[in-house]
Structure formats: C-alpha cells, structure tokens
Design a protein around this ligand. Structure first.
Ligand SMILES: Cc1cc2nc3c(=O)[nH]c(=O)nc-3n(C[C@H](O)[C@H](O)[C@H](O)COP(=O)(O)O)c2cc1C
Ligand SMILES: Nc1ncnc2c1ncn2[C@@H]1O[C@H](COP(=O)(O)OP(=O)(O)OP(=O)(O)O)[C@@H](O)[C@H]1O
Length: 326
C-alpha cells in the first residue's frame, strides 16, 4: 500500500482510480463494508483503490477546541485499510482553505483534476465541501458531467443501531466495550507507551504496565476490564512477554481511589507473563467490562478483589478465544 500526504504525492503518471472518502475513525464494520466495495470495484475496473482521509479531524478545524475522542490513530487506520486491500492511503491535511472549497470545486479540483476518479464509493449519508453542503445526489450530478460513477452505499445497521464512529465513541465512553467490539468487528484498542507509575503495584503482588496513550484517545469509562495485551515494539523485552504476542490481562482505569490518587491512569496487569516493559509501545484490546472502580477500606480488600478480577478476566478471555476459534 502506498501512503500519500496531500495531493503533491500523487505520481505524475497517475491514471484513474476508485476512491472512497471519510474520516474512517475506528474503521468499523460499516467502514469495512464500504472499503471492501471500493476495493472490489477497483479490481473489476483494473485500476487502483484509494482511501482519502483527513488529518487533523475536520471537527477540530471546523469548530476549534472541539476534538472528538479518537478511536484509532492515523497509523492504525492505515494498517486496517491495508488489511482490507486498499492500494493508496491518502491523508489530506484538513486546512481552513480545504474547508472552504465549495462542493463543486471540491469535486472538480480534487476528485477529477488531481485524483482522476472513475468511481467514488461513499455511504449514503456522505457530505462534502464547504458547510458540508455537498450530498451524494449532488456528487452523482457532478459525476454525470465529469464522467465518474458514484456508488452511494446503504449504511450498515444491526438491531436498530446504525454503526458510526459517534455511536462507538459513546459505547467506549460508557464502558460498554462489548458493544464497541460488536460494532467495530474487533475489540477497541488503546495504544501507548509504558511509563512509570507510583511503583506500588509490585508490592501489592500485581505489577502493572501504566500506559500513556496519545492525546484525545478514546479511553473506556473508569473501571476494570478483561483485555488482550500486546507489545507492539520496539523490543527486545526482558522477561516472558514476547513482542507481537497476545497476553491475558486485567486492566484498571481510574484514579486509584483506594490510595486517593488524582491522576487517571490506564494500567494493565498481565496474567501470564512478567517483564520489564518501560518504554515499550503496547496495545490493550478491551473485551469485557468486569466492574466499576471502587474505593476499598483496606489494601488487603483491594488485593483480594484484584485476584478475583484476574481470574474472571482469565476465564472470560479464554472462553472468548475458544468461541472465536471454534
Ligand atoms: C485488576 C485491577 C483492579 C484494580 N481495581 C482497583 C480498584 O477498584 N480501586 C483502586 O483504588 N485501585 C484499583 N486498581 C489499581 C491499583 O490501585 C493500582 O494498580 C496500584 O495502586 C498500583 O499503582 P501503580 O502502578 O501506580 O504503582 C486495580 C488494579 C488492577 C490491576
Ligand atoms: N454504517 C455505515 N455503513 C456504511 N458506510 C458507512 C457507515 N457509516 C459511515 N459510512 C461511510 O463511511 C465513510 C466514512 O464516514 P465517517 O468517517 O464520517 O464515519 P462515521 O462512522 O459516519 O462517523 P461519524 O459518526 O463521525 O459521522 C463515509 O463515506 C460514510 O458515509
């Protein structure tokens, strides 16, 4: 897969392409369906498939100061698009100039003149251009004039819920990581670098990797979760947590009220390994919520509960894994 940053990266001899457009935060099941359609259309036409996305999030430019929580980093979005078979991942810097392009100019100058689209695949709710005034019908009309096709895809929904990044953010925010997982087609992932905590975990018998995620990451509600833990890099790791391998984990999110903590932390206790993880880039894939964060009257009571959490997480993850494989 090629990666372009802006339209200056379009090769001089660029031919025609099938294009899909959107923020695609989360690359959820609806997005995956759309992307697969674009990939299929491109292969039928014998031309490349291009995914155009935006950075920063358009909302940040349209309404400065507001930034929706991010379900996936740009790098993760690219990785998932590549798995779905996209040939070119094109990141458009979302500037105020870009924001002011009328739908007509957007379609003519970017889609036709620069990207040479033969077909555009978008969801039926897709909007584009200044004040999001461009609709799928408008795109079809413009396509009729400039000679490109438009595939406006029905939105993927299940049990009255239409999958969208907004819906999944609300699930994560409420701690309903199982519902998020259902809509994403995989567990919600929080990535980050392992930093130093208060150094108390080891004394309690539950050493935890404290994870510092990028700004704006969508963090599940405070509580305790069963999750998969993976070291993404850079390695090597001293210990029994092998980079690239999934490990069972119980993850705590909150301010550690038992110790009257103030900072909100994301901490993973790896059940089946021991390692020095400081400085490693790791991923936590949230499978189930076990309970809320509690203030215990004694450290002993907390330790007993952490033991129960760990066993519950082990049972749940092992069962989920069997179900998945079986
Ligand atoms: C499975 C698990 C459950 C936890 N539950 C709670 C809890 O309910 N209340 C709380 O105050 N801290 C909870 N913690 C957080 C611990 O207080 C924290 O890991 C410990 O104080 C070590 O902190 P440190 O890594 O900053 O040294 C939990 C941690 C884990 C791993
Ligand atoms: N459920 C869905 N099924 C099929 N396509 C979808 C679905 N949701 C969004 N799309 C399409 O995917 C592309 C990317 O959309 P976008 O990034 O705006 O996602 P979204 O999930 O609708 O997010 P938001 O909740 O922020 O509106 C657009 O073309 C959009 O129409």
């Amino acid at each position: 897969m090629q990666r372009w940053r802006g339209l200056d990266d379009v090769p001089a001899d660029w031919g025609r392409c099938v294009l899909t457009i959107g923020v695609f935060d989360g690359v959820h099941r609806g997005h995956a369906q759309l992307i697969s359609r674009a990939v299929k259309a491109a292969s039928e036409r014998g031309i490349p498939s291009v995914l155009m996305t935006f950075d920063p999030h358009p909302m940040e430019v349209v309404r400065p100061g507001s930034h929706p929580a991010q379900l996936t980093t740009l790098a993760r979005r690219a990785e998932l698009a590549e798995e779905l078979g996209i040939d070119v991942f094109c990141v458009m810097p979302f500037t105020t100039e870009f924001m002011k392009l009328t739908p007509e100019r957007y379609a003519h100058e970017i889609l036709v003149e620069r990207l040479h689209v033969a077909e555009v695949v978008v969801g039926e709710n897709f909007t584009f251009g200044k004040k999001a005034a461009g609709t799928v019908d408008m795109l079809r009309q413009i396509g009729g004039r400039f000679g490109f096709a438009v595939d406006g895809v029905n939105l993927l929904a299940e049990h009255t819920v239409t999958f969208s990044s907004t819906y999944i953010r609300s699930c994560v925010d409420a701690g309903d990581v199982a519902a998020a997982s259902e809509a994403l087609g995989r567990p919600h992932r929080v990535e980050g670098v392992v930093v130093h905590g208060d150094g108390r975990g080891r004394e309690l018998g539950f050493p935890t990797a404290n994870i510092a995620p990028p700004m704006h990451s969508a963090i599940p509600a405070d509580g305790v979760y069963a999750a998969w833990f993976t070291v993404l890099g850079p390695g090597p790791v001293i210990g029994t947590v092998a980079p690239g391998e999934r490990h069972l984990a119980a993850v705590s999110i909150g301010t550690n009220p038992t110790f009257s903590g103030r900072t909100r932390t994301v901490e993973a206790f790896v059940l089946d390994g021991e390692a020095d993880l400081y400085g490693q880039h790791v991923a936590v894939d949230f499978v189930e919520r076990l309970r809320g964060m509690e203030k215990f009257d004694s450290v002993e009571a907390l330790i007993v509960q952490m033991g129960r959490d760990a066993e519950l997480a082990r049972d749940l993850l092992t069962r989920a894994d069997l179900h998945h494989r079986g």
